[in-house]
Design a protein around this ligand. Structure first.
Ligand SMILES: Cc1ncc(C[n+]2csc(CCOP(=O)(O)OP(=O)(O)O)c2C)c(N)n1
Ligand SMILES: [Mg+2]
Length: 364
């Protein structure tokens, strides 16, 4: 049978994806790795109860924050566009259990959850999205530019792959200051095809930089399924730079935590860079202008009903005797109360004024 032409192979006009559970294993790039081993699950459950409950709350806070800003956007109260990570919460939840306050984070355009996992407060994030002066970027940056240097969060980046070379530069700074900080660089599967990804991995490799490259493979770069965009995904490329890597079920907090913990421990011990690829899925469209024409409703429904990150984590905590049904419901309720309070507070905050438009543009 003749090879399909490039245009046939890259056409996104018709929905092509099968339900996730039917995806052929040899597609490779989108196949879901096995869930956490019993040992990884046990290691997670051995953490202090309070920490585990906070992690479930973090996942709810991320989801509810994003549902709320989506609603505010549809009401015309949030401007610009936004990229929602609903469905992908297990990835930041997993690494939040490993990263220290003084470690660094470089995020990307789908970064609300990353900011929260690095300690950003929902009220100041909400103020930013509503364009208020007390937001993380004085209301000028919006959804895609939330940074909080005081928490080691050096910010999101609207340029696909833009944060990855910055992470290597920061890794060099950490190496020169001889500290044991880890630089976490989070990016999507689409960024793997950017030149900067390869340059940054190469430099990190030859200079043994303390960088943990974390690919959130959510199966699509805009409308392009990974299976059509690349034959070798992030973890495969790591080998070419002599870098240890792990490819994990990114909807499983225990699996993400275990891989990130192994990598971070090794990096703090001087191993040089690691790469972790977390295979996950976004429920919403790429951004607010996406009509989801490149995938089927069944595929989205399959992920929601069989792989949902929050449902799975709550079930694990229940199995481990950490929480009961009431505790699980309380985590969601508290998150909803916090996000409502964040909106109420943000709406009282002042908007930027013409007089201070240049504030924050130049270093003082
Ligand atoms: C250099 C560059 N090229 C193209 C774009 C437009 N763009 C924004 S997000 C995106 C897809 C990114 O996909 P991925 O890296 O998988 O992240 P995801 O959106 O899936 O989280 C593209 C092409 C951009 N912002 N920057
Ligand atoms: Mg993607």
């Amino acid at each position: 049978m003749p090879e399909a032409s490039l245009s046939e192979r890259t056409s996104t006009a018709t929905p092509v994806a099968t339900a996730a559970s039917e995806a052929p294993e040899d597609e490779g790039s989108g196949a879901i790795p096995a869930p956490a081993s019993p040992e990884a699950a046990a290691a997670l459950l051995a953490l202090p109860r309070e920490r585990l409950v906070e992690t479930l709350q973090l996942m709810w806070r991320i989801r509810v924050f994003e549902e709320k800003v989506e609603e505010l956007y549809s009401l015309g109260r949030v401007h610009g566009t936004m990229h929602l990570s609903i469905g992908q919460e297990a990835v930041p939840a997993g690494w939040s259990l490993v990263l220290r306050d003084d470690d660094y984070l470089l995020s990307h355009h789908r970064g609300h959850g990353h900011a929260m996992a690095k300690g950003a407060k929902a009220d100041r994030m909400m103020a930013e999205l509503l364009g208020r002066q007390t937001g993380y970027g004085r209301g000028r940056g919006g959804s895609m530019h939330i940074a909080d240097v005081s928490r080691g969060n050096l910010g999101a980046n609207g340029i696909v792959g833009g944060g990855i070379p910055i992470a290597s530069g920061l890794g060099l700074a950490v190496l020169l200051e001889k500290s044991s900080k880890v630089v976490l660089s989070v990016f999507g599967d689409g960024a793997v095809n950017q030149g900067g990804f390869h340059e940054a991995l190469n430099l990190a490799s030859i200079w043994d930089l303390p960088v943990l490259f974390l690919c959130e493979n959510n199966q699509y770069a805009m409308s392009l399924p990974v299976s059509r965009g690349m034959k070798v995904t992030a973890a495969g490329h790591a080998a070419a730079y002599d870098m240890p890597s792990r490819r994990v079920d990114g909807n499983d907090v225990a699996a993400v935590r275990e891989a990130v913990a192994e990598a971070a421990d090794a990096i703090r011990g001087g191993s040089g860079p690691w790469l972790v690829e977390a295979v996950t899925y976004r429920y919403r469209g790429h951004s607010k202008s996406d009509r989801n024409l490149y995938r089927t409703r069944e595929e989205i429904a399959d992920w929601r009903s069989h792989h949902d990150a929050i449902v799975r984590f709550a079930a694990l905590l229940a199995e481990g005797g950490v929480i009961d049904a009431e505790g699980s419901a309380a985590a969601e309720r508290l998150a909803r109360e916090e996000i409502e309070a964040a909106v109420a507070w943000a709406e009282t905050q002042p908007e930027p004024q013409c007089e201070d438009v240049l504030e924050g543009v130049y270093a003082e």
